[in-house]
Design a protein. Structure first.
Ligand SMILES: [Cu+2]
Length: 97
């Protein structure tokens, strides 16, 4: 029998681990082109472990249009991409410090 405290502790541990995992998933990149009409972003990126992809320059879709308002060509960024409906899509994007 699992008591409620054990269950809650397991949930908290799982959330903590997933938070750490997503933070470390951020890849390095540099913005080459922002296409607001096409809702696309061209990034020169380093290796993307989660997508098993080496560094390259390529075009990404963006999950939310607002991500395109945060950056411009030449910006160094940190980002997370996933394959969504068969398309490489940026789901998180932040300026690199
Ligand atoms: Cu790539």
């Amino acid at each position: 029998m699992i008591d409620i405290r054990t269950a809650l502790a397991a949930i908290v541990a799982a959330l903590t681990l997933s938070g750490l995992a997503s933070a470390s998933d951020l890849a390095e990149g540099e913005v080459r082109k922002v296409d607001k009409e096409g809702k696309k972003l061209t990034l020169k990126h380093g290796p993307l472990k989660n997508l098993d992809m080496p560094g390259m320059t390529m075009v990404f879709q963006v999950k939310e249009d607002a991500l395109l308002d945060k950056v411009q060509a030449g910006d160094k960024v940190r980002f997370q991409a996933e394959k969504i409906d068969g398309k490489f899509t940026v789901i998180r994007l932040e300026a690199a410090r």
